[in-house]
Every structure is written in structure tokens, then in C-alpha cells.
Design a protein around this ligand. Structure first.
Ligand code: SF4
Length: 314
């Protein structure tokens, strides 16, 4: 067994967070939903949404039958709401092709809409308890530091990096699933991108980056900085929030105060229409926009929260 495995798994046994998608009564579908939500969004934001979502739509069949506008509203402020529509598309395929049960095996999983190699590996490990090489940004960072002595992994995952990650994963199914969860948790809680807590790290005595004096990131100049203010992503997030909360379709005039740049607003509306996140309708005030799936019931609107001012991308 690789030298990292035992200390990291022992640390995980003592420090793992209690998360609902790790409970013994979790379903494979619930694990998949958590993985899709967690791809771009932190645990603290995902957890309450996941709980409400799984209560409302516990199975793929439940989600497949839901209205898309309900799905987008329930997705709320998780950001990147195309993930919600892809998840529903996935649920529909699971119902149509697999009688509502997630198929077994990574190859069958990546055949589903919106399921990439990472999610297929994560579901195989965390839902099925089988050996898989699960490599997310947290895992990549821990391995880059501990094994390669680098501050951060390369911007894109290479096949060599994937092979090296696979070399560390134990052969045994149960041990492998445990390792995957443990190293991911270490990256999320201890070996964080900006301020690793090496004094709390179970592999500090063998971490090459730490032993080398933590040399700076040699790829810092090549990393893409994610701009936010004034970007189309911010504008999309703002328009989507308005559509989610609206009691009726919104005209361009309704949206103008939210995003006064006419060209950018038009571009963003076109992209939301193209992505299926909004539909155009004829309102008595002129062309207007709403979520796909029809108007929302008044009592449901009353429960929609507009209190949270945090903005997220759409
Ligand atoms: S010693 Fe520090 S840098 Fe190395 S793996 Fe642990 S937390 Fe990360």
C-alpha cells in the first residue's frame, strides 16, 4: 500500500465531516446528485439544498417527472444552473433506459447526460464502494504537494497525473473507497489552496512540497483568473435570479434596471434562451422571458427567498 494511504485514512477516521450523502442510508442517486452539486459549489452551500432536493425528489423518477422551472428554483443559488437541467435530463435517461436505477460501472455512468469521468468515478467509489480513481481539485492539490513537491497542480489534468493518482489508490474495493474520500477531505479541510494547515496534516513529515520549503507556484502566471464583476457570468446570475423570483414573465424593460448594459443584457438573454434556462413568451407588454415549464403557483412564489444577496454565476 502507498505510504500516504494509512495516515490519511486514519486522519479521516478521526476528522471526517458528517455529511448527509455519506450516511449509511444514502442512495446511489443521492450520491450522484451531491457530486453534481459539489462540482462548482462548496459543501456549506450545497448541504441545505441537497437535503431539500432529496426530500422533494428522492429518486431519479421523481426528478424526471418534475417541472423544469421547479427544478431551477430548487437549484436556487448553487450557481451554474445548466447543471440542474442536465441532472434532470440524466434522471429521464435513467428512467427510460435503466428502470430508474443508476447503472453500475463507470462506462455506463459516463453514457448518461452530464456525467463525466470524475462523477462516474465518484459514484463508483462513494455509492457502490468499489475501486475507482477519483481525482478532483482537492485530490490533485494534495498529490501535487505531497508527491511532486509543487505548490499547485497543472491547470489541466494530464494522463500522467491520472496514472500517478491511480498508483496511490489501494487495490481493495473498500480501502480504495476510503482513500478517495479521505484524500479529498484532507484537501478540503487541511491542504487548502491558499493556507494549508501543515501542522494538522497527517503526512507533513513526508510532504515533498513542505520539506522543500514550500517553493512558489511556478505556473502562477499561466493560471486563468476568474473575473466576476461586470462579466456575462455575473449578468446571467442576476437575470436568472430575477426569473426565478418573478411572479410573471419579465420584459427587457423589467430586466434593464438589474443590468443596464443593453448589449450585454441582450447577449446574456440570448445565451440563457440557447441553454434552455429561459423561454421567450408574448406578454401583453411585449416580448418577455420566464423559466421553462410555465408560471409558478402563487403559494410557491411566497416561499421563494430573495433575502440572500450573494450573487452566483449562471
Ligand atoms: S504538509 Fe501541508 S502542503 Fe503537504 S500535504 Fe500536508 S497540508 Fe498539504
Amino acid at each position: 500500500m502507498h505510504a500516504l494511504v494509512e495516515p490519511v485514512v486514519a486522519w479521516f477516521d478521526a476528522h471526517a465531516r458528517e455529511l448527509p450523502w455519506r450516511h449509511a442510508d444514502r442512495t446511489a442517486w443521492g450520491v450522484l446528485v451531491s457530486e453534481v452539486m459539489l462540482q462548482q459549489t462548496p459543501v456549506a452551500r450545497v448541504e441545505p439544498v441537497w437535503r431539500a432536493w432529496m426530500q422533494r425528489w428522492p429518486t431519479a423518477a421523481d426528478l424526471a417527472a418534475a417541472r423544469p422551472d421547479d427544478v431551477l428554483r430548487a437549484w436556487g443559488r448553487l450557481g451554474y444552473p445548466r447543471r440542474a437541467l442536465r441532472l434532470q435530463e440524466c434522471a429521464r435517461v435513467v428512467v427510460a433506459r435503466h428502470d430508474g436505477d443508476l447503472p453500475d460501472g463507470e462506462a455506463a455512468l459516463v453514457d448518461l447526460p452530464g456525467i463525466g469521468t470524475y462523477t462516474a468515478a465518484a459514484v463508483t467509489a462513494f455509492a457502490r464502494g468499489r475501486r475507482a480513481v477519483v481525482v478532483d481539485t482537492n485530490v490533485r492539490r494534495v498529490l501535487a504537494r505531497a508527491l511532486e513537491g509543487r505548490a499547485l497542480p497543472a491547470p489541466h489534468l494530464s494522463s500522467a497525473e491520472l496514472r500517478r493518482a491511480g498508483d496511490v489508490v489501494p487495490e481493495d474495493d473498500a480501502a480504495s473507497a476510503r482513500w478517495n474520500a479521505a484524500v479529498m477531505e484532507l484537501g478540503a479541510l487541511v491542504c487548502t489552496a491558499r493556507s494549508p494547515r501543515c501542522d494538522a496534516c497527517p503526512v507533513a513529515d513526508r510532504c515533498r512540497w513542505r520539506l522543500a520549503g514550500m517553493p512558489p507556484d511556478e505556473l502562477a502566471g499561466r493560471r486563468r483568473r476568474q473575473a466576476w464583476h461586470g462579466t456575462d457570468r455575473q449578468a446571467r446570475g442576476r437575470v436568472m435570479a430575477a426569473l426565478r423570483d418573478a411572479a410573471h414573465p419579465l420584459t427587457d424593460g423589467d430586466l434593464a434596471p438589474l443590468w443596464p448594459e443593453d448589449d450585454q443584457r441582450a447577449r446574456v438573454l440570448a445565451s440563457l434562451l440557447a441553454d434552455g434556462l429561459a423561454v421567450a413568451v408574448d406578454d401583453d407588454r411585449g416580448p418577455a422571458y420566464r423559466l421553462p415549464g410555465g408560471p409558478v403557483a402563487a403559494e410557491e412564489r411566497a416561499t421563494l427567498s430573495t433575502a440572500d444577496a450573494v450573487e452566483l454565476p449562471a
